[in-house]
Design a protein around this ligand. Structure first.
Ligand SMILES: [Zn+2]
Length: 125
């Protein structure tokens, strides 16, 4: 026995405890401690984006059933500006090859043009 005050106990939920969260949309969820911070149905979780930077190196033109298809090729930037060097630290290599049929879209892929490429996770898949 000791007269010392009891040390504060860490909050350990009893086994099988169910946690409940109520979201802004009015829905609630219950489950384990790792409940998401957003409603599974109406979720507006800020997705974790990954941004890379690519430069257009080349493109090829071909006819696809009478329409001009441009296949643009881009690679991750590595030099040319302080910002590019920063991107190189995080995404040191990468290749994108993309066929584009829409002329308005492929016109922006000029040689040497740099692009930000955002990888945004889909909410539902
Ligand atoms: Zn909801």
């Amino acid at each position: 026995m000791s007269n010392l005050p009891e040390a504060p106990q860490p909050p350990t939920p009893p086994k099988g405890e169910t946690w409940t969260k109520v979201y802004d949309c009015g829905c609630s969820a219950s489950g384990g401690k790792d409940l998401p911070d957003y409603c599974a149905e109406h979720g507006t979780a800020p997705p974790t984006k990954v941004r890379a930077k690519f430069v257009c190196n080349s493109y090829e033109t071909s006819l696809q059933q009478g329409a001009e298809l441009r296949t643009v090729k881009l690679s991750a930037v590595y030099d040319g500006s302080p910002e590019n060097k920063q991107f190189f630290k995080w995404t040191p290599n990468g290749q994108i090859t993309m066929g584009v049929l829409n002329q308005a879209a492929w016109e922006s892929f000029t040689l040497g043009k740099e692009f930000y490429v955002d990888f945004v996770p889909c909410a539902n898949k």
